[in-house]
Design a protein around this ligand. Structure first.
Ligand SMILES: [Zn+2]
Length: 169
């Protein structure tokens, strides 16, 4: 292929509008990196290797130490997965539209208070996992949420993969 043919093939990808998009994926808890110790009491032993309420004598179900530890992340995660799929199926293209429609649908379902705040955090301020310079996975946002999910025994964490993509022409 000569240079001109190559340019003709590449051009459509270079002219479309850039769209911010977040792909939401469920990551098995076993693949989620450990949180780092934190100043809040409920995060202090995060790096020790404590993994579930069943392994802790001082935890029984949901703790009430802070906002993060004050609700049912399992239920919120399941609602988020359901509503994201529902909104994505409508062909929405921009992440901000998806977030808005997911939250509108949740309110229409009667969601409010902590569950709605938690849902908003998962879609608008998603948990981020990235590779560091040594290609190790590290948490790039959502340490305390992950910790609360781990303490509640969740087996999967809803993670966001932000990306820019070109609008199809
Ligand atoms: Zn906490």
């Amino acid at each position: 292929m000569d240079e001109e043919q190559q340019r003709d093939q590449l051009e459509p990808e270079q002219t479309g509008r850039l769209i911010y998009w977040v792909q939401y994926v469920l990551v098995p808890m076993g693949q989620v990196p450990r949180e780092v110790p934190w100043h809040e009491d409920c995060m202090r032993d995060a790096a020790v290797g404590v993994t579930s309420p069943g392994e802790r004598s001082d935890v029984a179900g949901v703790r009430r130490c802070c906002w993060y530890h004050s609700g049912d992340w399992d239920a919120v995660t399941r609602t988020a997965v359901r509503l994201i799929a529902q909104v994505e199926a409508t062909g929405v293209e921009e992440n901000y539209q998806l977030c808005q429609q997911v939250l509108d649908a949740a309110r229409a379902d009667g969601m409010s208070g902590w569950p709605l705040q938690a849902l908003r955090s998962l879609v608008k301020d998603p948990i981020l996992i990235r590779k560091d310079a040594k290609l190790r996975s590290v948490i790039d946002g959502g340490q305390h949420r992950i910790r609360a999910m781990r303490d509640a025994g969740l087996t999967e964490v809803l993670v966001g993969n932000p990306r820019w993509r070109r609008e199809d022409l």
